[in-house]
Write a protein that binds this ligand. Structure first.
Ligand SMILES: C[S@@+](CC[C@H](N)C(=O)[O-])C[C@H]1O[C@@H](n2cnc3c(N)ncnc32)[C@H](O)[C@@H]1O
Length: 253
């Protein structure tokens, strides 16, 4: 009888990699501690990614993303934004709502709403910024996030999404604020909450509410807290974590 060798899970392959390189630690220090060059580095990286993607992708998608970047200055890398747009578009073929925890000023929410078709979209945010930053919420040990970081105006964010039907923005700390969506099923969930506690709690809320082949995509998997949340969640559920080129990780039900 022949035996079949199963592919090694992605997480197992990555866990065997060496620790952070000198370059990574230097960039980490410049971006998260020195900070004065961060806007210039971010602008340059964004422009390079748009040039690269324009080579491969449809002009209409690039136009959409460029417009959102002009209007809202998203914190996501443009490559990550394209992933959100493309994955939400693919998942719109399934039944189920779409959701985001960590709406902030509405840039990634607008990408999802553009792709969702007639499905419902739930956007959750405190709108008063991060509320549960803990000791483990660092980047390679460097503290960056703080309580109240990324506060945004609820009315302005609502207005930015007003052209889309079936959109509900829920103000409050998640998952305490999630009662209104407890009976729903989801095909696509974007988590962009930055912290260990909120990432883990959001995954635990949405995972049992995903439709077959539904996905959770989380941002900031390069930060120490979110990485720990993903590791803990995958250990407790057996979910497979698929890494993307930048800081996103995808879980498929
Ligand atoms: C980095 S911002 C999100 C950026 C946004 N996705 C974008 O496209 O620009 C993180 C957001 O998560 C929100 N947040 C973090 N933990 C939360 C929680 N447990 N409940 C609700 N909102 C939360 C913060 O208020 C903040 O607005």
């Amino acid at each position: 009888m022949s035996t079949v060798t199963l592919p090694q899970p992605v997480a197992a392959l990555e866990s065997s990699s060496p620790g952070p390189s000198g370059f990574k630690l230097a960039m980490n220090w410049v971006i998260y501690r020195l900070r004065i060059f961060t806007p210039l580095i971010r602008y340059t990286l964004h422009q390079l990614q748009f040039v690269l993607m324009s080579w491969y992708r449809k002009p209409a998608d690039m136009q959409l993303l460029r417009t959102i970047y002009r209007e809202r200055r998203p914190l996501l890398q443009p490559l990550e934004s394209f992933n959100i747009l493309a994955l939400a578009r693919a998942q719109s073929q399934l039944d189920g709502d779409m959701a985001e925890v960590g709406v902030y000023q509405g840039s990634s929410a607008r990408m999802i709403c553009t792709a969702k078709g007639t499905h419902h979209f739930w956007g959750f945010d405190t709108f008063s910024g991060l509320a549960d930053v803990g000791e483990q919420d660092t980047h390679n040990g460097v503290k960056f996030f703080r309580a109240g970081h990324f506060a945004a105006d609820y009315e302005t964010t609502s207005a930015y999404l007003k052209d889309f039907d079936n959109v509900r923005l829920v103000k409050g700390f998640f998952p305490e604020s999630a009662g209104c969506a407890a009976e729903r099923k989801f095909s696509f969930v974007h988590l962009d909450v930055d912290t260990y506690g909120s990432t883990l709690a959001s995954m635990r809320f949405f995972w049992p509410r995903l439709v077959d082949r539904g996905i959770i995509i989380t941002h900031d998997a390069h930060s120490d807290g979110v990485a720990s949340a993903i590791a803990e969640f995958t250990a407790e559920t057996g979910a497979r974590a698929i890494s993307s080129a930048c800081s996103q990780v995808i879980l498929i039900r």
